[in-house]
Design a protein around this ligand. Structure first.
Ligand SMILES: [Zn+2]
Length: 476
């Protein structure tokens, strides 16, 4: 008996020690009952929130978090295995480990090809260098592309977060679309003639590389934090209300929302900071996934900005345009609607430059539809639905060029042609649909994915028993 106990202790410690060391890699999903008391406690614990459903909050927890939940006397239900399998559509085999999604080298090649093919309107600029020495590129699309004309400037950014592969594709495809359709499509030609469109499709190339080759769920950049952990969350590293509190970002290096040692400590966020200083942007969209949301400041506080009418109007119009393409609903709301974030791109962009700034969380809607995994065949439809919203924001910037948010008498307006008919957009959301902001969570124990055919181990249960499990969740 004693032998058995000793054996058990030894085995357990063998299992648990590496678990603890890799806390930031291994996560489980648990749900807890939603009530004021638990929400407050959970926020103080700085956890990765997943979503809310049927009055329960789903969170990602690491090994240490289980102890915290226990100490705080918060009952929880382990849910990890109720989330498998994701619905993953077929992936095509071509294109290397990341399939049709672009790697750093492939992005670089695409950008240079665009510049070569359309030298009159496309130009590639290096705006910085990542920690590991990869280039951070900006693609400029404009008539007289080599001149700095007095025109509205709009910025689109992709891939702050490594695992959000689709967020590279949408801005990259926007650049291609504009270049390819200039001269053929009058709307595109008009817009390109009157503006300077800047696209940074891949802000976190080191993280993307790591996500493709080593750990699919990698989120942060690849900063060596010198304590055995890696990575700063670039979308918590911006210098407006940076580190405002510990719910909107984390001082803990192991956290997935680690904000860095100082604001703008990272070369990738510095690249955006310096790029803003050298340009005169009128508006900005930064793409992430997943959740299908259009978020606008503030993220650090639940208070609304002075420009809330304008921001919510633009967001709601963009949402309507997106929905009109494939019927997918992107909910538009202030970034703080569910949980707080501080040090993110949009708060900084709006807080410092006063320009309309949006985070678009691309599909899917939820974890259960694939989470960070988008099927290759969904890349095009996702781009298609985001195109009119991007064109709208460029057009809005052109129409409002020369006015300033800070000069009240020249209030920015929505161009008339974009004013949408009432009832255009049904705001009816599926009941109980609640989503995490900025997709902080990551799933479990899946450290290396070696090929493009993402493999999961579905639990051995029939669809029927899955339904049964779901019902049991509601009761618990
Ligand atoms: Zn993200």
């Amino acid at each position: 008996m004693t032998k058995k106990i000793i054996f058990l202790i030894v085995t357990l410690s063998l299992v648990l020690i590496p678990l603890k060391a890799q806390d930031y890699l291994i996560k489980e999903i648990v749900s807890v009952e939603k009530n004021r008391k638990t929400i407050k406690k959970l926020q103080e614990m700085s956890l990765d929130f997943l979503m809310e459903r049927n009055n329960r909050i789903y969170i990602m927890v690491g090994y240490n978090d289980f102890f915290k939940l226990y100490e705080e006397n918060i009952p929880y239900t382990l849910e990890t295995y109720n989330f498998y399998p994701f619905k993953q559509k077929k992936l095509s085999p071509q294109g290397g480990v990341n399939g049709a999604f672009h790697s750093y080298r492939e992005v670089e090649q695409e950008l240079l090809n665009l510049e070569n093919t359309y030298p009159e309107i496309a130009s590639v600029l290096k705006i910085g260098e990542s920690l590991e020495g990869r280039n951070i590129y900006a693609l400029k699309i404009s008539d007289h592309v080599h001149l700095d004309e007095n025109e509205a400037e709009v910025l689109f950014i992709g891939c702050h977060h490594a695992r959000e592969w689709i967020s590279v594709e949408v801005p990259l495809m926007l650049g291609k679309y504009l270049a390819e359709n200039y001269g053929n499509n009058s709307e595109v030609t008009d817009i390109v003639d009157q503006s300077e469109i800047w696209i940074v499709p891949l802000l976190n190339p080191d993280g993307l590389y790591y996500s493709i080759h080593f750990y699919r769920y990698w989120r942060k950049n690849r900063r060596d934090n010198r304590d055995g952990t890696y990575g700063v969350d670039l979308n918590r590293n911006y210098g407006y209300k940076w580190g405002y509190d510990n719910s909107g970002s984390s001082p803990n290096t192991a956290s997935n929302v680690f904000r860095g040692m100082t604001a703008f400590s990272e070369p990738e966020s510095q690249a955006i900071r310096d790029f803003y200083a050298s340009r005169n942007f009128q508006a900005m969209i930064t793409y992430h996934n997943y959740s299908q949301l259009i978020l606008y400041p503030w993220g650090y506080t639940e208070e609304l900005t002075e420009q809330n009418d304008l921001l919510s109007q633009i967001a709601s119009d963009m949402s309507g345009l997106i929905e009109s393409v494939n019927g997918r609903i992107y909910v538009d709301e202030p970034a703080s609607s569910l949980y707080l974030t501080n040090g993110d791109t949009t708060d900084w962009s709006f807080g410092v430059y006063g320009i309309p700034s949006f985070t678009i969380e691309l599909p899917p809607e939820g974890w259960e539809y694939g989470g960070f995994f988008n099927a290759e065949e969904d890349i095009q439809p996702i781009f298609n639905e985001n195109l009119p919203a991007a064109l709208y924001l460029i057009d809005w910037s052109v129409q409002n060029f020369g006015s300033s948010l800070r000069i009240p008498e020249r209030r920015r307006m929505i161009p008339e042609k974009w004013i949408l008919k009432p009832n255009h957009r049904k705001k009816q959301l599926k009941q109980g649909r609640r989503i995490i902001r900025d997709s902080q969570h990551k799933p479990v124990k899946r450290e290396k994915i070696k090929d493009s055919k993402v493999k999961f181990n579905p639990p051995a249960q029939s669809p029927k028993s899955k339904t049964k499990n779901r019902k049991e969740i509601k009761k618990s």
